[in-house]
Design a protein around this ligand. Structure first.
Ligand SMILES: Cc1cc2nc3c(=O)[nH]c(=O)nc-3n(C[C@H](O)[C@H](O)[C@H](O)COP(=O)(O)O)c2cc1C
Length: 332
């Protein structure tokens, strides 16, 4: 049976109405991408901060290769120094500047060590004003396989298998420290060129939690038990090209998953709460919370303390072959 035979096809008017909703919501996303990304040049601080992150990322990337080449990406280094100059003049020397300056110093050092002095870049960097030293670093560092294995030693499969979407909670308040540690876990998620576009907006006061949850359609039967709610966002202002238009959803999804694992690691319960909404609902949440137009709202996550005993869905995973296609033959 062809897949188009599975459901009766709606009439033309209904199909046109469905398609127009899709187009309206897609243009809501596209117009916001156009307004806030720097596809047509940087306009706001976050645009420039993102371009600085990309520039310094390429320097670190090049220096971290086994066959690292002196002089690689010099054009990027010069542009980074120029962006830092503009940035410090407009916004002052903050953490962004400090990290990028440290990376530029590392890049100059790396080149000098192989006999490549870069006088034009040296002069530009010397002219830049650094921020107060907050211990923020850029560049590359040596690590060993045994260090990585030692620090990462955990039965991750069993950790992941012990996580469930929790829909029963006990009423104790969630310690602030646990929330902070979970968000630090989320911050460790990979992000495109290390742009770190994501943020967890978290409410734990009952009235605020319930106001936020009132706009979400998937917490019936347990929302009133939640000890907190997180709204995960990703800032569109960090994206440069049209080709990156979905990157925020990817980075945001990864950040959200890490946050869920971070909460799980703190012994808390958590449940993803979809933000599959129309633009009217999306705007309503922005009005309530102050989340700006340039942020994509990725998902909500409800969380709280676990009761001693509770029921969870089995949520059986499909056989591995659904998720793993290993070494499939390639054409040609
Ligand atoms: C993006 C996303 C949105 C979700 N939205 C909801 C929701 O609104 N309400 C809910 O109770 N669960 C929600 N879930 C949880 C899923 O139902 C759950 O992850 C799935 O059934 C697998 O179960 P498990 O998380 O216990 O392994 C969502 C999950 C994801 C990834």
């Amino acid at each position: 049976m062809a897949s188009s035979d599975l459901d009766p096809r709606p009439g033309l008017v209904r199909r046109l109405r469905l398609a127009s909703h899709l187009l309206a919501d897609a243009s809501y996303d596209a117009l916001r991408y156009w307004r806030h990304s720097f596809t047509a040049g940087a306009r706001v601080q976050e645009n420039l901060r993102a371009r600085i992150a990309i520039g310094l990322h390429f320097l670190e990337y090049g220096m971290s290769l086994r066959d690292a080449q002196p002089g690689h990406a010099l054009d990027r280094a010069m542009r980074l120094a120029a962006d830092l100059d503009t940035y410090t003049r407009r916004f002052g020397p903050d953490a962004t500047v400090q990290i990028a300056l440290d990376a530029l110093e590392a890049y100059l050092g790396f080149n000098a060590a192989s006999g490549h002095d870069l006088p034009a870049l040296r002069a530009r960097v010397d002219a830049l004003v650094g921020g107060a030293d907050e211990g923020l670093r850029g560049g590359v560092e040596m690590v060993t396989a045994s260090e990585i294995r030692e620090k990462g030693r955990i039965d991750f499969l069993s950790f992941a298998e012990a996580r469930h979407s929790i829909r029963q909670y006990s009423p104790e308040p969630v310690p602030r420290e646990a929330i902070e540690r979970a968000v630090r876990v989320a911050q460790q998620s990979p992000s495109s060129c290390n742009r770190q576009t994501c943020r967890a907006w978290i409410w734990t006061e009952r009235e605020a939690v319930q106001k936020v949850l009132a706009l979400q359609n998937g917490n019936r039967g347990f929302g009133d038990q939640l000890g907190g709610v997180a709204v995960v966002t990703s800032d569109i202002a960090h994206w440069e090209t049209a080709a990156e238009r979905y990157q925020g959803w990817v980075d945001g999804g990864m950040f959200a998953m890490s946050l869920a694992y971070g909460l799980h690691a703190e012994g808390l319960g958590a449940v993803m709460l979809n933000w599959s909404v129309s633009q009217a609902r999306d705007r309503a949440l922005r009005r309530l919370t102050g989340i700006g137009d340039s942020s994509l709202i990725i998902t909500m996550i409800g969380f709280g303390c676990l009761p001693d005993e509770l029921r969870v869905p089995v949520s059986q995973r499909k056989p591995l072959g659904y998720a793993l296609a290993l070494n499939q033959p390639l054409a040609g």
